[in-house]
Design a protein around this ligand. Structure first.
Ligand code: SF4
Ligand code: SF4
Length: 431
């Protein structure tokens, strides 16, 4: 694609980056077929190619328009278009640059601004947990739209087993003894602090720790670390996202450099993708960019870590009868991290019989804060997703990201779980 960005913009890192990305697009339109918003709305301006034109126009000095911002805001950021694109267009990076440029010139409607501000502050506030507990206690009384966002209270529990994780007694003592015996052969790994996941679904962290203990690995959680920064980044608050990323880099980098920690393990693919994006967030700060690269290289989804630690798998993980589950691969996993096939292969080795619907490449409509900002579109994408997942057999719908899990669970007739919860349940069964 030919471009005519002003020289003043080309002289900046963002401008040069945007220009290079725009020039890679050959207008072929292959990406339209896998874009959820184009499928829903049928408008070229709600497709990747249409948005690329809008961004090009805005960066070349065209009038910023409220409708341009609306089309950009409707993008889920699912990156399905990047998986499809034969030219390797890094669309998500262009979207971030384009949206920042347009929103600097055009104000969003006040209701949207208010919702975004509440999301930015509310989800990371210390008041989030008490507010969630209050919402859970009066959940049946809440309006349906709000009830969707407030999951039923979740005790730390291993899904599939119907039991709370081993909280005491003989089995716990056996598990601890086994873990300690293996610990000398295991590795120390960093488990990032989530922001909403520990409150919405604490069972995921509990299950992850059980699975790592079964490998003999030790969990490090430096107190100075923060949330990954994905949520403010989704809401275009790059300053807040960078502040959180900087806190994490400062807390983790010394552990990685000294060899005290072997890897950073993510049990939410949305967070894992944010960690992989850290080098882009610090592209204009050479010292932090290098450290961010180190962090990004050490970041692994829990499935990728299990694949590396195959020799330490307890025998009962693979000896159990195969478990049939309907599989929803999050966009952050399959398009962002490009780890869909490798995750599926590892889960297959672990005895999961994954039933994957035909539209598995499409977003479920969660997409971080997007579902709150675009409720009608999010509802329709979820309806379509559950319709196809319901054609697949399985005791549960299984996924790998808290956002998808909560979004689907609000309307699913079957339980929706992170697969690590089902794997950890085998620990209890073997005790
Ligand atoms: S990121 Fe997703 S919603 Fe946005 S343009 Fe690409 S495919 Fe469409
Ligand atoms: S598939 Fe890639 S090259 Fe083709 S129009 Fe879409 S972004 Fe451009």
């Amino acid at each position: 694609m030919q471009t005519r960005l002003p020289d003043s913009l080309l002289a900046t890192l963002e401008g040069a980056t945007a220009d290079a990305i725009l020039r890679k697009c050959v207008h072929c339109g292959f990406c339209l077929a896998t874009c959820p918003t184009y499928q829903l709305l049928g408008d070229e301006l709600d497709s990747p190619r249409g948005r690329i034109y809008l961004i090009k126009n805005a960066l070349e000095g065209g009038q910023g328009a409220a409708t341009t911002l609306q089309h950009l805001d409707r993008c889920l950021g699912c990156r399905a278009c990047e998986t499809t694109c034969p030219s390797g267009v890094r669309y998500h990076q262009l979207l971030d640059i384009g949206r920042r440029a347009v929103q600097a010139r055009v104000a969003r409607p006040w209701r949207v601004r208010l919702t975004r501000a509440l999301l930015r502050r509310g989800l990371l506030s210390p008041l989030f947990a008490p507010a969630l507990r209050l919402g859970q206690s009066i959940r049946p009384l809440l309006p349906a739209a709000l009830r969707d966002k407030v999951p039923v209270a979740d005790r730390p529990r291993v899904a599939g087993s119907g039991r709370a994780p081993q909280a005491g007694g003989r089995r716990q003592a056996q598990a601890q003894a086994q873990a300690q015996a293996q610990a000398s052969a295991g590795h120390a790994v960093i488990l990032p602090r989530g922001c909403v996941q520990p409150h919405l679904r604490p069972a995921i962290d509990t299950a992850t720790e059980q699975v790592l203990a079964a490998l003999g690995d030790r969990v490090l959680r430096p107190a100075a670390a923060a949330c990954c920064g994905a949520m403010p980044a989704h809401l275009d608050d790059i300053a807040a996202a960078r502040a959180q990323a900087r806190a994490n880099i400062d807390a983790w980098w010394p552990l990685l450099e000294s060899g005290a920690a072997r890897a950073i393990i993510s049990n939410a693919s949305g967070c894992g993708l944010a960690l992989r994006d850290y080098p882009d967030w610090f592209a204009d700060e050479p010292v932090y960019a290098a450290r961010a690269r180190r962090v990004a290289d050490a970041a692994l989804d829990i499935a990728a870590w299990l694949a590396q630690r195959r020799e330490a798998w307890p025998a009962h993980w693979t000896a159990t009868p195969r478990q049939t589950v309907a599989w929803h691969p999050p966009c952050t996993l399959q398009h962002g991290l490009a780890a869909g096939p490798s995750t599926e292969a590892t889960l297959g080795e672990l005895g999961f019989d994954l039933r994957r619907p035909a539209d598995a490449h499409l977003c479920c409509g969660s997409a971080g804060a997007w579902s709150v900002l675009n409720p009608e579109l999010a509802d329709e994408l979820r309806r379509r997703k559950l319709e196809t997942l319901d054609t697949q057999a399985g005791e549960a719908i299984v996924t790998a990201n808290i956002g998808c899990q909560q979004h689907l669970a609000a309307r699913s007739s079957r339980p929706v779980r992170h697969w690590v919860e089902l794997l950890a349940a085998r620990e209890g069964a073997a005790g």
